[in-house]
Structure formats: structure tokens, C-alpha cells
Design a protein around this ligand. Structure first.
Ligand SMILES: [Zn+2]
Length: 258
């Protein structure tokens, strides 16, 4: 069954931090949502890739996403190669989302900004009518770490290009072009982040690298409040679209000016 909205991110827990409230809100409105994590988190200071898989599943349940998988692109080495573009394009063709959420294309972590460009180019490649993604990937390059069945490998993947690409900007200090009100979803979004026990519960390993749980709560709240303020609501998540906004009725434009 196709998805309406697919969020693509470098690491398990990125989506929870940047657009989890929005995904939950969209699911509550009846849209089918999904998350594609590009890496499995084997380089993390805390916990193993298997810990993170279980935590990611728990978080996905809290956010009510219909689909979540992780590719096995090496953690800390997300590269915009032809092969990686094909692997992401394959997922896009399988899931056929109308909207794709990508990370913003600038930032501190190379995996984040590379995931942005890689995701954009994969969306483009997925729409190329003459490209046979499966053949180009070859039989051994399966999309996911769990081997796909033979039937799955031979089934046809028709070209698909998402209608809309938006960028979740929370990791970078840039003015968003719109925000999504997540006042109702804020608490669940925070709980989805806390599902990553191996990362965020108070512990010895990486103590100087990771803030304490209470501090994470304060930070998460401060960011959501800040973007909420920009939109005239309590809590919000920031996004950017490259296109201009199109307005049909001036009477319905939200966000107060004076
Ligand atoms: Zn990350």
C-alpha cells in the first residue's frame, strides 16, 4: 500500500527530533506516513545498532507511522553515490509517497546535509521512466538489510516522483518558510525521542557528549516553543520549501501580522 508522506533521515532518532510531531499529526489526520532511516546507528557512542532498531520500532509506534525501515549505508559515512541514490529511489518507487520530508541541506553533521542532497537526487532518479532500478542495483544490492524475497525482487517497480519535497530545518539556524502546529502532538513526540533509551536515559557512557534527560526536555520544549511563537501557536516544527506559496483566498492566510 502506498504512503502519503515519507520522511527520510540519516540516523534513527533524527526524525523524532526534527519532524516527529508533524508525522504524528498527519497520521492522526488519516494520512499514511513512513520513515526511511539511511543508517543503522552502529557508530553511536551509546548502545548497538540492534538496540537502536528496537528503539526505532517503539518510536514508530508512538508516532503511528505505517512503515519504517533502515538501509545499511555506513553510519558516519552517508555518501551521495549512484548506488545510494538507486537504493533510496527503489524505496520511493515502492512506497510512492506524495510528500517527502528531507533534512535541510546545511548543517554540522555531514550525514545530515549529505542525506538531504542524496534524498533530493533519489526523488529525481525515481521518476526516470527508462531507469530499471532493480536491474541497475543488481541482484545482490537489496534495499534493506533483511534480504528481500525473490518474488519481491522480480516485481515491477514503476517510476514515481514525489509531488512535494519539504525540508525539516530544526538542526540548522535558518528561518523556516512555514511551521506545523504540533501543540497537541508535542508530548507524544517527546516520548518518541525518549524511546531511544540507549541514547537519552541518564548514564555514564558519553556523559560529556550527551545532555541529561531533564536538559533534553528543556531544549526540546524551547525549540518547539520558539517555532510555535513564529506561527502564533504553542509548539511547532519548522520546515522550508524551495517553491513559493500559492494562495487562493487572502482571507484564509494564517499567522497574524500585527
Ligand atoms: Zn542524526
Amino acid at each position: 500500500m502506498p504512503l502519503d508522506i515519507l520522511a527520510i533521515a540519516a540516523h534513527r532518532d533524527d526524525v523524532e527530533q526534527t519532524c516527529g510531531g508533524t508525522l504524528l499529526k498527519m497520521a492522526q489526520r488519516g494520512h499514511r506516513t513512513g520513515i526511511l532511516d539511511l543508517t543503522q546507528g552502529e557508530m553511536g557512542t551509546r548502545g548497538t545498532a540492534e538496540d537502536r532498531r528496537q528503539e526505532a520500532e517503539k518510536a514508530a509506534e508512538i508516532l503511528k507511522v505505517s512503515w519504517r525501515q533502515a538501509l545499511d549505508i555506513p553510519d558516519g559515512r552517508v555518501e551521495n553515490t549512484w548506488e545510494n541514490r538507486l537504493r533510496v529511489a527503489r524505496v520511493i518507487r515502492e512506497l510512492r509517497p506524495r510528500v517527502v520530508i528531507l533534512p535541510y541541506w546545511q548543517g554540522r553533521h555531514p550525514d545530515h546535509y549529505t542525506a538531504s542532497i542524496l534524498g533530493y537526487e533519489a526523488c529525481f532518479v525515481a521518476g526516470l521512466a527508462k531507469l530499471d532500478v532493480k536491474r541497475a542495483l543488481g541482484p545482490r544490492q537489496l534495499a534493506f538489510s533483511q534480504a528481500a524475497s525473490t518474488a519481491e525482487m522480480t516485481e515491477e517497480l514503476l517510476p514515481h516522483r514525489p509531488f512535494k519535497i519539504i525540508y525539516a530545518t530544526l538542526y540548522y539556524d535558518i528561518r523556516p518558510t512555514f511551521v506545523v502546529d504540533i501543540t497537541e502532538q508535542f508530548e507524544a513526540r517527546f516520548q518518541s525521542l525518549m524511546a531511544y533509551q540507549s541514547q537519552y536515559s541518564d548514564q555514564e557512557a558519553g556523559k560529556d557528549l550527551f545532555p541529561a534527560e531533564a536538559e533534553i526536555r528543556a531544549r526540546t520544549e524551547a525549540m518547539a516553543r520558539f517555532y510555535g511563537l513564529l506561527g502564533g501557536v504553542t509548539y511547532a516544527e519548522p520546515f522550508l520549501q524551495r517553491e513559493v506559496g500559492l494562495v487562493e483566498d487572502l482571507m484564509l492566510i494564517p499567522v497574524k501580522s500585527v
